[in-house]
Design a protein around this ligand. Sequence first.
Ligand code: BES
Ligand code: MN
Ligand code: ZN
Length: 510
Amino acid sequence: MESKLEFSIKQGAPDKQRCACVVVGVFEGGKLSSAAKILDTTSKHILSDLIARGDMSGKIASTLMLHNVPNTACERVLLVGLGKLNDLDTNNSNNSASLKILRATFAALNATPAKDALLYLVDEGIGKDAAWVITQAVLTASEQAFRADRLKSKPSKAAILKRITFATLTAPSAALKITLDQAAAIAHGMALTKTLGNLPGNVCTPTYLAAQARALAKAHKTIKTTVLEEKEMQKLGMGSLLSVARGSEEPAKLITLEYQGTDKKQKPIVLVGKGITFDTGGISLKPGADMDEMKYDMCGAASVLGTIQAIAEMGLKLNVVGVIPSCDNMPSGSATKPGDIVTSMAGLTIEVLNTDAEGRLILCDALTYSKKFNPDTVIDIATLTGACVIALGHVASGLFSNEDKLAKDLLTAGEQAHDRAWQLPLWDDYQPLLDSNFADMQNIGGRAGGTITAACFLSRFTKDYRWAHLDIAGTAWKSGKEKGATGRPVPLLTQYLINRASNKQTGISK
Ligand code: BES
Ligand code: MN
Ligand code: ZN
């Protein structure tokens, strides 16, 4: 996995610090940030001279690395262009000015042999607020330090930058220090999610995911892991889940992680993650092109593991349960065939018209199983439909809920964490598309509104509790040259849980 970065925050003037590289901002037009001004004075105007000569314009996300700046104890000074003050948009887009600045800053740092850096960026008002800047800086630094080299015979060159200190001229608040620790925990959770997502189907099997869940329980006293085998699932009547697993040699697992961060009596929030470790489509076989990407069909499961690791690391004061139904979707002589009718744990029968609509078949049993935890709220996370990629692209995750307050809380958390979702309707009007002539329902609703009918299918199994569904088919990984898991929606989920723990958004019980 990625080598862990260390983050800290402290108060102090830049001329007094010893470090491999100090980072200060310059605004467009050459106006120095407060920290840059101090270095300019102590260095006898090195900065203002080079600005006057035109070496640094302050253009957004431009960088200039300086060496041997007189009267500092830092080996290097990195100037970063902050653009125009009023350009520092507070919007959440991926091309927002502050994210560009942060990416350029860490790219410049990572191009040097500096092991530690001191960043004066928090005071400058880049981004929505200090907490936002700190969080995004931690996530950007971690993203750039991440290596997907587990299965290379020689590991890739590790990032040299190890220690990152955020420096402020005025004393940072206690809340900002907590934000920093929480951001680091989110980054670690995302790294776990990415690593698992990137592992191929022949390594990351249901058994492997179960071992990962057990390893989390070993590392954190607050986590208890249990794994149900196919026999036990059979006893519980999980005919829908098991119908997907039938075609594979790999045994299915139902993995449960119980994180107890507060009084046992407090109802848990249950996170249910789709854990298809490879989706061939089954007998309704997928086309060959890019089928390798269906190793990512367990990214919902990986995001549950990453989120639970993050909140355990934070010691968040609430109870959370992770439920992960996991199996392969393979064609074989024993595989489920189109037209087969299976009986779910809820007792509802399902006509499997397309074996490639398997996510909902494993989720419905996991959602029914989740009732046993007497949940406050259940959120499932799934790479569920290609249609969601068509609807929302790779920017927002699809969001559905049977309670508007929960949908709003999740949308807000996504905005806060820069890991956004967009709500789609769960109107009854779509439900008849799932009518079957032979069973209680069929598992597909046709091409029109494919993301919505998938959510409608799940909604039939979530009537007894407050529930939301996140379709992460477009957001969990990137394709093409940049192919790799993104770690989403760990930031959204973790932020939602942080908000719930701090009671900023108390749930209304149904
Ligand atoms: N895992 C896929 C969804 C998917 C496809 C995610 C492509 C990301 C990219 C899911 O199991 C699936 O195959 N869904 C089908 C449903 C259809 C048969 C109703 C789909 O989206 O094509
Ligand atoms: Mn499928
Ligand atoms: Zn799938």
